[in-house]
Design a protein around this ligand. Structure first.
Ligand code: GDP
Length: 530
């Protein structure tokens, strides 16, 4: 897709994610964004597709039963010359690690808030990750067709709870049973339904301002008065939109809308097109910064999904391109393995289908089918020996020893755990003493997924036993000191899947104690996965 206006194609890319607490309306909004871009034909397909996929294997039943989405994916659509790459993030707190990594691959995020509930726990956690990475946030206050909190109250909450400047872009006119529509403050438009109050968005009235007669005609006097007053209060009380502040992550534009009734969808897409950042630079090892305009291709794997089709042991590595123009068939260097790989069947993901990717630009995500060579954190280049940095592995909060019912299946179990570890679902630790591996997860639900997937995909039944450890830290030191640590604490030292040494701690007290004993050693809570 070359550009008519002399811009490089990557400048027309917008790669973003939606963050929210479960039930705030992420699925509904996703669906409507895709519909608006013409990527799907009818609402309901995002969910339908999800359900089809869920039906395919046992572990996916967990998603269904608990109403969460475990697998994340990429959806690409085009609208008015802009290519949108929407990276779906699993919303449940137990899967935050996967979500965090997906957020390393986006340039902006939409934060969906339920108008009645305000900022919820998961929204806040995800927001903090975005803030750590300076990802600009666009706020969508959803469900304003229902009785919710007052717009001013929500704005204040976002401002105070997240320490962000807020800049309302649209304003709800009435709420719940008195809901009339949304006033676009910036563009001076009023979006409303054709008939009844609270109905689906069907028409836009261009107005000159709040005192335009066309507006008063469709809105009750009482509400009109309230709206005028509120907009005045808003103009006085909140920041004007400032792009620089937004791009630096200090200010969030706020859109009030209803994903269900189509209010606010076009506005948010237009806003992303006009103001959200094009693909940004990416830090790499050796102090290198990869710029999207560079000629040579670089990209990194932010997610691996194994066994998407249980009949074939296929894996898809999701690669975010950082620079260059990718062409199908290219040979790229898999830096960690120091090998060339020919990317002959790269995939683009659309809402309804997958397609072979012939050309891709920075900001795009391609799926690279492979047999396990590619892992989360891997870098692909046209020859340069660099690793993209900034994709952390997190210290697990729950550790369990694996118990195998049928000891004849040790090999399958290890293979399965190794595969799931490469997908990023679980971390594995091989103790210095004893042969039973220990697994670590960030949330308890992941343990169920591991059990179910090992059974469904590797024909191996496992259980878990508790261990006296509560967390793990990566040990960073020289060989001699490491030897000393091992001698003094043999029971507590293990190797991770890359044979990096890890200390399994029983409790916070022990962390303090051991850290004091070895003042020159760093015990890390995260480790870069390269
Ligand atoms: P998710 O868990 O964040 O993906 O939320 P969903 O999109 O599945 O929405 C949760 C529930 O809220 C569903 O029953 C939706 O139909 C409903 N919902 C989503 N958006 C709106 C909205 O704008 N208005 C109303 N009234 N309900 C909505």
């Amino acid at each position: 897709m070359s550009s008519l206006n002399g811009k490089a194609p990557f400048q027309d890319r917008r790669t973003f994610a939606i963050i929210s607490h479960p039930d705030a309306g992420k699925t509904t909004l996703t669906e409507k964004l895709l519909l608006s871009g013409g990527a799907i034909r009818a609402a309901g397909q995002v969910r339908a597709r999800g359900e089809r996929r869920r039906a395919r294997s046992d572990w996916m039943k967990i998603e269904q039963e608990r109403g969460i989405s475990v697998s994340s994916s990429v959806m690409t659509f085009e609208r008015k010359g802009i290519v949108y790459n929407l990276l779906d993030t699993p919303g449940h707190e137990d899967f935050s690690e996967d979500t965090y990594r997906t957020l390393t691959a986006v340039d902006a995020a939409i934060m969906v808030i339920d108008a009645a509930k305000g900022i919820e726990t998961q929204t806040r956690k995800l927001f903090e990750v975005c803030r750590l990475r300076d990802i600009p946030i666009i706020t969508f206050v959803n469900k304003i067709d229902r009785e919710g909190r007052h717009a001013l109250e929500i704005l204040d909450e976002v401002q105070e709870a997240l320490a962000l400047d807020v800049s309302p872009q649209t304003w709800p006119v009435g709420m719940g049973s008195d809901f009339f529509g949304v006033y676009d403050w910036q563009k001076k438009k009023f979006h409303t339904s054709e008939g009844e109050r609270g109905g689906a968005f069907a028409q836009t009235k261009e107005v000159s301002g709040l005192d335009d007669g066309a507006l008063t005609d469709v809105v009750f006097d009482r509400i009109m008065e309230e709206l005028t007053e509120n907009v005045e209060l808003g103009a006085e009380g909140y920041a004007e939109f400032d792009q620089e502040s937004f791009l630096e992550g200090h200010l969030t534009p706020v859109f009030f809308g209803s994903a269900l009734r189509d209010y606010g969808i076009e506005e948010i897409l237009d806003f992303i097109a006009d103001f959200a950042p094009a693909p940004h630079s990416q830090p790499a090892t050796g102090g290198r910064t990869i710029m999207p305009a560079e000629d040579k291709v670089t990209g990194f794997v932010f997610k691996v999904q194994a066994n998407m089709d249980p009949k074939h042991r296929d894996r898809i590595a999701f690669v975010r391109l950082c620079s260059g123009t990718f062409k199908r068939g290219m040979k790229l260097k898999h830096v960690r393995a120091n090998k060339q790989i020919a990317v002959s069947a790269p995939i683009f993901f659309f809402a309804e289908e997958r397609e072979i990717a012939d050309l891709a630009y920075p900001g795009d995500v391609i799926g690279v089918p492979n047999h396990g060579q590619l892992r989360v954190g891997d870098t692909l280049t046209e020859g340069e020996n660099i690793h993209v940095t900034g994709l952390p592995a997190f210290a697990p909060e729950i550790l369990r020893r694996v118990r195998l019912s049928d000891t004849m299946r040790v090999k399958q179990m290890r293979q399965g755990l190794q595969d799931l570890a490469e997908e990023g679902l679980v971390q594995i630790f091989k103790p210095d003493l004893g042969s039973n591996w220990i697994v670590g997860v960030v949330g308890a639900l992941q343990l169920d997924v591991v059990v179910d997937r090992l059974k469904a995909e590797y024909g191996t039944e496992i259980g878990f036993e508790t261990v006296p450890y509560s967390t793990a830290r990566w040990i960073e030191t020289d060989g001699q000191t490491l030897q000393k640590i091992i001698e003094g604490h043999r029971m507590s030292v293990a190797n991770d899947r890359d044979d990096k040494p890890v200390f399994l701690f029983k409790n916070a007290w022990e962390i303090g104690h051991v850290t004091e004993k070895f003042p020159d050693v760093t015990f890390r809570e995260t480790r870069e996965i390269v």
